[in-house]
Design a protein around this ligand. Sequence first.
Ligand SMILES: C[S@@+](CC[C@H](N)C(=O)[O-])C[C@H]1O[C@@H](n2cnc3c(N)ncnc32)[C@H](O)[C@@H]1O
Length: 272
Amino acid sequence: MDYSITPKEFEQFRALIYQECGISLNESKKTLLVSRLSKRLRTLELDSFQEYYDMVSGQTESDEFTLLLDLVSTNKTDFFREPKHFDFLREEIMPTLQSSRRIRVWSSASSSGEEPYTIAMTLYDSVPDPDRWDFKILASDISTRVLARAASGVYEDERVRELPPDLVSRHFLKGKGERAGMIKVKPHLTQMVRYRRINLMDETFPIKAPLDLIFCRNVMIYFDRPTQAQLVNKFYRYLKPGGYLFIGHSESLQRLDQPFKAIAPTIYQKEA
Ligand SMILES: C[S@@+](CC[C@H](N)C(=O)[O-])C[C@H]1O[C@@H](n2cnc3c(N)ncnc32)[C@H](O)[C@@H]1O
């Protein structure tokens, strides 16, 4: 069955998705929405987009809503994606934090875990005595599906093919037998990371301590400017004085009304 979407139905989905997760779909995303959602309608044996809308609206905590968000957003990520951020963390930030031995990080759109584990590897490898440090990384995302993947710590081994072999053997276990072709993040890293579903659109975040670092990479690009500005101002409140915010390389805080100081491309600092 071929589905078509009426202007009213498109508007309903657009408003729902914007309201719930800040992703702003313009007219040009209509074809994409129709093709991705049509498969779902077929699986559920629904007759129209209206039926699907009625099913998900008002059910934003449901698995079906998570699935809808997965279909409209992208979860693309990689280990050491945008590696300059991790060079900066290792070379510029870590030397200034040596006396504290306690670091709190939030990977706020962590997708399937490659970003928080990359942060964990970088922190771990930046100090001579990592076991004597108190490293904690909160990995959050709106999608419980990707968070479950992150929590498993299991990936196809081709995901680390480009990484230095000594780094891979230090931080990953290779699967054998039935698990050949898979790798698993070692416990010294998994125990640094906690997972939680957090919607960046929420008024406040369930986070206790002020943080040293926040990563919010490659998600703000889907938000409109007022939503980006609100989010960045919220992040400011959760950081320690002197704390850092990392955003994606194709994102920018320029032209947003926000208090951060730019200190390197796509790296920002809260006033000390
Ligand atoms: C492209 S991935 C980015 C992953 C990682 N930060 C990186 O740069 O490689 C974007 C992630 O943002 C998540 N996302 C989208 N809207 C969100 C929201 N309102 N709150 C929290 N996460 C959201 C998606 O589920 C997706 O996993």
